[in-house]
Design a protein around this ligand. Structure first.
Ligand SMILES: Nc1ncnc2c1ncn2[C@@H]1O[C@H](COP(=O)(O)OP(=O)(O)O)[C@@H](O)[C@H]1O
Ligand SMILES: [Mg+2]
Length: 269
């Protein structure tokens, strides 16, 4: 993996907000969090509470309209190769082979041909796609296509990985497999991850912390952080253990606690 590693970056948000032009209230308001380098933070919350908006601001696709947002100490002013993004719909180029999709970023960066080849080969191996490197996206299953998307990201050696419901379209078995795969890749690359998901189990399985968001313009309340839950489960996580389930239940209660600004959810929930 050494070909693909780059120093992980921290992400620091201070009172980050976003109001879209013409919208009566902010989509996101008052987000404060410091994501440590190499940390995995999952983001959960009902539809419309601003999860994607938050991720898109870190990606640099949307400008923040309030507060400050830095990655590795530098204010985010637009997209950059230090931040890789994976969406649910893969976003692969259908006319390029798996290998060409993965080489695309390093080529765009005008890296020497040998480096492009090295990176692509390492990324293909990292996600277990060596056998299908010359195939085209439409010839692959959804899980395999998402592996290509992850490999394409790794080939750019980003310091931050931003994932918006990346496994949402996969069947349950493939999804579990991809969660394990992502965990392995994340540990190998030591990369910082922000991961949006609808699945609380997925968030508790993958996250060092889980950012629970609430609100949303549909409720007349700006999207905001309700709570940041630390997943204090040492060692391999067992989704069937009582400790795991207790954290899941707590987050579930926070997610479903209605759309007021402040709620109290008992720790025993
Ligand atoms: N480009 C946009 N222009 C205007 N409003 C937007 C735009 N993108 C998102 N929003 C609004 O911002 C709020 C949060 O959306 P989003 O971040 O997509 O939520 P989530 O990902 O949590 O479902 C919603 O009310 C949505 O309608
Ligand atoms: Mg979304």
């Amino acid at each position: 993996m050494s070909t693909l590693t780059q120093n992980a970056a921290d992400i620091v948000m201070n009172d980050v907000g976003k109001s879209y032009p013409g919208a009566p209230i902010s989509a996101v308001e008052g987000v404060d969090i410091s994501v440590h380098a190499g940390e995995v933070v999952c983001i959960v919350g009902a539809s419309g509470c601003g999860k994607s908006t938050l991720l898109r601001m870190v990606a640099g696709f949307e400008a923040i309209t309030h507060g400050s947002l830095t990655v590795a100490g530098t204010a985010v002013t637009g997209p950059g190769p230090d931040r890789g993004v994976v969406f649910q719909d893969y976003g692969l180029f259908p006319w390029l082979s798996v290998r060409e999709n993965i080489e695309y970023g390093p080529r765009q960066a005008h890296l020497p041909r040998t480096v492009v080849k090295e990176r692509a080969t390492a990324a293909v191996e990292a996600v277990g796609l060596s056998r299908v490197a010359e195939s085209f996206p439409h010839q692959l299953s959804g899980g395999m296509q998402q592996r290509v998307a992850i490999a394409r990201l790794l080939a750019n050696t980003p310091s931050v990985m931003l994932m918006d419901e990346p496994f949402g379209a996969l069947d349950a078995l493939t999804r579990t497999e991809m969660q394990h795969e992502l965990q392995r890749i994340q540990r190998d690359a030591g990369i910082t991850v922000l991961f949006v998901t609808h699945s609380i189990e997925e968030a508790v399985y993958l996250g060092d912390r889980v950012l629970v968001m609430a609100g949303g313009t549909a409720h007349g309340i700006p999207g905001h952080v309700r709570e940041i839950v630390t997943v204090d489960l040492p060692g391999e996580r067992d989704v069937n253990s009582p400790e795991f389930n207790a954290i899941e239940r707590r987050i579930d209660a926070l997610v479903h606690a209605g759309n007021t600004h402040r709620v109290e959810v008992p720790v025993t929930a």
